[in-house]
Design a protein around this ligand. Sequence first.
Ligand code: ADP
Ligand code: MG
Length: 319
Amino acid sequence: MTELVYEVKNLTKVFEAGFFRTSKIVALNDVTFNVDKGDVLSIVGESGSGKSTLAKILLKLEKPTSGKIFYKGVDLNEVDNKRYWREVQAVFQDPYASFNPVHRIDRTLKAPLKNYFNHLSERDIYSRIKEVLEFVGLKPEETLGKYPHQFSGGQLQRIMIARALLVDPEVLIADEPVSMIDASLRIEILNLLHDINVKRGITILFITHDLSLASYISNKILVLYRGEIMEFGDSEEVVENPLHPYTQLLMSSIPQVDRRFDRKLEIELEKIEEVNLVGCVFQPRCPYARSICINTKPGLINIKPNHLVRCHLYGESQG
Ligand code: ADP
Ligand code: MG
C-alpha cells in the first residue's frame, strides 16, 4: 500500500495585480495531483508557469484562492504549523539569499535544532550537525566556524540541504535548487537529493525548468504550463512517450536526445502574452491547434493508469 503524502485537489491561485487590483493573474488553475510517500516528483515548466506559487502554497507560505490540499490525509489548514514546518523542509533557488552574511554557519545550523529539539545538549547538537554535514559531502572541520562568503554556491546549497535534514523532515520541497549553481556541480547535488530520497526515505518535490534534470532524478513528472497541468505521469512514460505537444517541445530542447519530434515544434520558447482562458492555454503556441482547441478547454485524460494528458489530440476528455 502506498501512503499518500499530498492530495492536491482543484488548486487555483489568482493574484490581483495593478494599481486598482484590476488585472488578474491566474498562477494556478484547477491543479489536481497526488504525491505518494517516497516519491521524487518533478514539477517542470518554463518561468511563469506557477511552479514557485505551487511550492509556496504547499509550504503554507501562500494561501490558495480555491481548492484543497490534504497532507497525510488531513486538511492542510488543520495541520499545526510548527509541526508542519519541521516535517516539510524547503531548499530555494538562491543559496546566497538563504544565509545571513554576518552569522557563522554554526549559528545557521544550530537554529532549527534549538527550535525543534530544545532538549539536546550543545554536544549532541554538534554531533548531529557533524553527522549531517558529512552526509551532504562536507567536512565539518572545514565548514564550521566560517562565514557564508567563504563558500561557493554549490557548497552553500549543500549546507542548506544539511540544515533541512537536521530536523528529520519527511518531505523536501526544492525550488530550482541547482539553477544558480555551476553546471558542472549540478549532477552532484542531484545525486545527493537521490541519496536523501533512497537512504532517508524522504519524499522530494523537485522544481525545475529543465526536463532533463527532472528525468534524471524523479520517478514522476508533472508538466505545468501557465498554471495548468499539461501532462502528469511516471517519469519513464513522460520522457519516453511524451504526449503533450508542450512536453514534446521541452523534450526537443534537450540537446542529447535524438530529435525524433516534428521540426514544427521547435518554435521559440518565447513569452506569449495572449492567454486563452476559454480554450487550451497552450493553443497559441501549438502546431496542432484546431478550432476545438480555441473554443474548449481540454480536460485531463487518463491514457494509462499512470499517465495523464490535457490535450484534444487524445480524444474526449472528462471535462
Ligand atoms: P514560476 O516559479 O514557474 O516561474 P511563479 O509561480 O513564480 O512561476 O509565477 C506564476 C505567475 O504568477 C507569474 O505570472 C507571476 O508573475 C505571477 N505571480 C507570482 N507571484 C505573484 C505575486 N505575489 N503577485 C502577483 N503575481 C504573482
Ligand atoms: Mg519559480
